[in-house]
Design a protein around this ligand. Structure first.
Ligand code: GRF
Length: 216
């Protein structure tokens, strides 16, 4: 089977993009990152794409109706098999999603369905949660509501700030995203209603435990 062709949509620093590029650098990885699209000019994710030799394009959303922005995005993506949102800060409409049914993925910095939307780490701290984490999921028309592929948890530690907790959560994001992209690229994900089913191989699981300290 030829590698799946993957586009990554970004808006910022692109550490998740980097995790995907690093995974795809392995010739045995079942997906190639063929395009990076940013809606914000000048972000470091574009530099990461350049360093990896992956073509990138900036399509600004500012000052455009949502439909026009999405049409431009679709035209730029062309023929790709999977779209990965990696710190991409726009909500996509059914028009865009309909072009890639069950083939748009996202990484979210919280254990969904808790704390959707922005600032996952801040919300976990404000709520007094003792576990935080990340969720890799398929994207539907809601905000962080699509079928869950895998989750990774990390502890919330005494003295955590939003920055320290977000950094700990990022370490599991970087492990989850390549793992889930592999499942998608190998055609091992099926969607049944609001749930995703994954054909797991020996030794695989749909959850990971991040590090960050052990209980006293
Ligand atoms: C990450 O926490 C991701 O989950 C969220 O945006 C943050 C930035 O990610 N969606 P990145 O470093 O740009 O990949």
């Amino acid at each position: 089977m030829p590698p799946a062709r993957v586009a990554v949509l970004v808006s910022g620093g692109g550490t998740n993009l980097q995790a995907l590029l690093d995974a795809a650098a392995d010739p045995w990885f079942p997906a190639d990152i063929v395009k990076v699209v940013s809606n914000i000019p000048g972000v470091f994710a574009l530099e990461r794409a350049a360093r990896a030799g992956v073509p990138s394009v900036v399509i600004e959303h500012k000052g455009k109706p949502r439909e026009a922005f999405e049409q431009e995005l679709l035209a730029a993506l062309g023929e790709v098999d999977i779209v990965c949102l990696a710190g991409f800060m726009r909500v996509l409409t059914p028009t865009f999603l309909g072009a890639f049914p069950h083939r748009v993925m996202n990484i979210h910095p919280a254990l969904l369905p808790a704390f959707p939307g922005t600032h996952g780490a801040r919300q976990a701290l404000e709520y007094g949660a003792t576990q935080a984490g990340a969720t890799c999921h398929l994207v539907d028309a809601g905000v962080d509501t699509g079928p869950i592929l895998a989750q990774g948890s990390v502890p919330v530690l005494a003295g955590d700030t939003e920055a320290t907790l977000a950094a700990r959560i990022l370490t599991v994001e970087h492990r989850l995203y390549p793992m889930c992209l592999r499942w998608m690229a190998e055609g091992r994900v099926r969607v049944e209603g609001r749930r995703a089913q994954v054909e797991l191989h020996q030794g695989e699981a749909r959850w990971i435990l991040g590090t960050g300290g052990s209980p006293p």
